[in-house]
Design a protein around this ligand. Structure first.
Ligand SMILES: Nc1ncnc2c1ncn2[C@@H]1O[C@H](COP(=O)(O)OP(=O)(O)OP(=O)(O)O)[C@@H](O)[C@H]1O
Ligand SMILES: [Mg+2]
Length: 687
């Protein structure tokens, strides 16, 4: 897991020298965070995903690993405790078996009957007892080093036999004295049978030829105490000993039978425990010396001659307590248990050990931890991998949005975002589209405003310059016309000059009107009266001949603060356009409406030819006209637009070809100069 975290972070964390001054470390940390947050969003997302996974999965893995460790440790301790119980049982069984040999022999009628004669040295009686001993050895199928001896009341050996580890049985032994062996003395004195773990000193063993097998040279052992626990260690033997009193038919104590199983260099019991009970290592100590074991040294030999560690010796041999825990055994650490072994007088004479190699346990824990770490790493990697497509899904619309913004900024007003669903990203796309729409409209309005402003200046200049020469032309043309005789052939030319000069004068007047829109002379105006007056001024023109004018006035929209002359011009132009769009009979509906206290609306709707879609964005442009040359200036709607704007109003148009057109003018009811302008509904729709 640490490796995965390392891999995730390394690309972002610049090399941090632990000896670097703290200011440098702070700067490096800051740069790292900036890089992390300021980097590509996708990278940040992927890392965040992986980081969240790393933290949760890593924590989880740590907890699992800790739980497994604890569980394994307790399982291992339990296992060793169970091993010790099994080893104790085997040990006790062996002691019972050894005790049973002496017990059976003292009850054997052949032995009892022939004992007195054998004790006197009768070879036949000795022979009979010898056979009984051999029978017991064969019937019990004993394995390992055994000594069986029939003793007289002083402990002198009458008949004895030794069974060697390899199964060989010694010839009949008749020499030897065991009366001074404490367990024998106790039985001879008390008449009570005894069975215990006993130390048999070298001199006793030498009588039956077992001293050689008992001899174990002491080796230097790390962590062992400087002095041996028992001075007899190395030469004496440790044995399971059973002694039963031998009685004659009258119940008189006449001797005893000793049976012993010696541990020194005999591995029958320890190997049996290991194989049958499945225990890792078993050892039997005489004092603190290993006399029988399956623990091996570096060379792979059984580690007899090595000694118990000082810590264990203190607890087990000196205090007579059980030792549980880690212990250094010969060359490595084991999870162990040691039990003291007691002789028949209650002295600690050695110990029984079982243990499991800690390396095996640690190997198992390591394997578990590796698996947990592997699963954690896979989870983190998966989170990182899953984050990539998810990041893509999130980033894609944002990338598109960035691209759309870039195009919009470069002047592409047609760019729009696709919107899917109604999530946050769709809302973002909607907002972008609506922003682009507004921007587009504002730009168009600005362009037309700019155009109109420059047109106004140009028109004012041209009109001013043309006005005087035109006046002179008309004055002199009129004078010449008057002076021409009625039948003069130049008269019609002269009249043409006057007519065209008049037309030019009208154009100049229109231009001057167009230019004069800059100034509003506002006053309280009766809107309906002004409308009536405008209708009246146009009604008699030939274009209105077949047109019916319908008025729908809202009484609440009667008063307005505006420039009446300019508004008159607006209405006249709109009415003229409406009438000109109608061929044959038709209607013009003039409607007023109070939207609220601050704003009124005037609409002039006709049933004329309508405006084609492609003309919609041009009709307010100065000099745009669909009339034949010479018939219109194309300034009418430009003037209307300029006047409405100067009044802080708005003009919109709706039209359908073949059905008619409606121009709607919205005006504030109160005229306020400068910044404190009346509120108007936002958004102007031209089209
Ligand atoms: N009510 C309407 N119905 C149909 N088309 C219209 C209407 N009003 C304006 N138009 C169109 O808009 C164009 C521009 O109108 P505008 O009033 O600016 O100029 P004009 O009427 O052509 O000339 P002038 O007003 O100088 O006589 C017209 O030529 C016509 O094509
Ligand atoms: Mg017009």
């Amino acid at each position: 897991m640490l490796f995965v975290l390392f891999v995730l972070f390394v690309p972002f964390v610049p090399f941090v020298d632990s000896t670097a001054p703290s200011a440098v470390k702070r700067r490096t940390m800051r740069a790292f965070l900036l890089r992390l947050l300021g980097g590509r969003l996708r990278m940040v997302l992927t890392i965040s995903f992986a980081l969240v996974a790393a933290l949760t999965v890593g924590l989880n893995a740590l907890v699992v690993s800790r739980v497994i460790n604890d569980y394994m440790a307790s399982a291992e301790a339990e296992r060793v405790a169970r091993d010790m119980k099994l080893a104790e049982t085997f040990y006790q069984l062996k002691l019972d078996e050894v005790a049973a040999i002496s017990h059976r022999l003292v009850l054997d009628p052949w032995v009892v009957e022939n004992f007195p004669a054998a004790a006197r040295g009768d070879p036949q009686a000795v022979q009979i007892i010898d056979r009984q001993i051999t029978n017991k050895i064969i019937v019990l199928a004993l394995g390992g080093t055994h000594l069986i001896a029939v003793l007289d009341a002083n402990g002198k050996m009458v008949v004895g036999k030794v069974l060697w580890p390899e199964g060989k049985i010694s010839p009949t032994l008749t020499q030897g004295h065991f009366g001074d062996l404490p367990i024998v003395r106790t039985v001879l004195e008390t008449g009570e049978p005894q069975a215990a773990t006993e130390i048999i000193p070298k001199e006793f063993l030498a009588q039956v030829g077992l001293d050689g097998q008992a001899f174990i040279p002491l080796f230097e052992t790390p962590l062992a105490a400087p002095e041996p626990f028992d001075p007899r260690q190395g030469t004496a033997g440790l044995a399971l000993v059973g002694v039963s009193p031998l009685r004659d038919d009258s119940g008189q104590r006449i001797g005893a039978v000793l049976s012993a199983y010696m541990f020194n260099k005999d591995y029958t019991l320890v190997d049996r425990i290991r194989e049958v009970a499945g225990i890792d290592t078993v050892t039997i100590f005489l004092g603190d010396l290993r006399v029988s074991t399956n623990v091996t040294d570096e060379a792979g030999r059984r580690a007899i001659g090595t000694r118990i560690s000082q810590a264990v010796r203190r607890v087990v041999l000196e205090e007579g307590q059980e030792y549980v825990g880690r212990a250094f055994v010969v060359k490595e650490w084991y999870i162990t248990r040691y039990e003291p072994l007691w002789d028949h007088q209650g002295n600690v004479v050695g110990s029984l050990y079982v243990g499991a190699r800690e390396a095996t346990f640690l190997g198992l824990v390591r394997t578990f931890n590796q698996r947990v770490a592997l699963i954690a790493a896979i989870c983190i990697l998966l989170a990182g991998v899953i984050a990539i497509p998810i990041g893509h899904i999130i980033i894609q619309p944002i990338t598109e949005l960035v691209e759309a913004h870039r195009r919009l900024a470069a002047g592409d007003m047609t760019v729009r975002m696709q919107t899917y669903g109604d999530g946050e990203l769709a809302m973002l796309a909607y907002s972008f589209n609506s922003m682009a729409e507004t921007l587009c409209r504002t730009q168009q309005a600005l362009i037309s405003k700019e155009k109109l402003a420059s047109m106004g200046q140009l028109a004012a200049g041209v009109a001013h310059e043309l006005n005087n020469p035109l006046g002179t032309i008309m004055l002199f043309a009129d004078a010449l016309l008057r002076e021409l005789p009625p039948d003069s052939p130049h008269r019609s030319d002269m009249e043409m000059i006057l007519k065209e000069a008049n037309r030019a004068k009208k154009i100049v007047a229109d231009l001057l009107n167009f230019a004069r829109q800059q100034e509003v002379l506002a006053q309280d105006t009766d809107l309906h009266a002004l409308l009536d007056q405008s209708i009246e001024s146009v009604r008699h023109q030939p274009t209105f001949a077949e047109v019916e004018i319908i008025r729908r006035y809202d009484p609440l929209a009667s008063t307005i603060q505006a420039d009446p002359a300019q508004l008159h011009q607006v209405f006249v132009n709109l009415l003229n356009n409406a009438a000109e769009a109608i061929t044959g009979p038709g209607t013009i509906t003039v409607t007023t409406r109070a939207i609220n206290n601050d704003c009124i609306e005037i609409s002039i709707a006709d049933t004329g030819c309508g405006i084609p879609e492609e003309h919609m964005d041009k009709i307010f442009t100065p000099f745009f006209t669909t009339k034949p040359p010479g018939m219109g200036t194309g300034l009418g709607l430009s003037i209307v637009y300029g006047i409405v704007k100067m009044h802080r109003g708005q003009i919109t148009v709706q039209s359908k070809v073949g059905k008619g057109t409606t121009f709607t003018v919205m005006l504030p009811t109160r005229w306020v100069r400068g910044a404190d302008r009346p509120a108007m509904p936002q958004g102007e729709v031209i089209g």
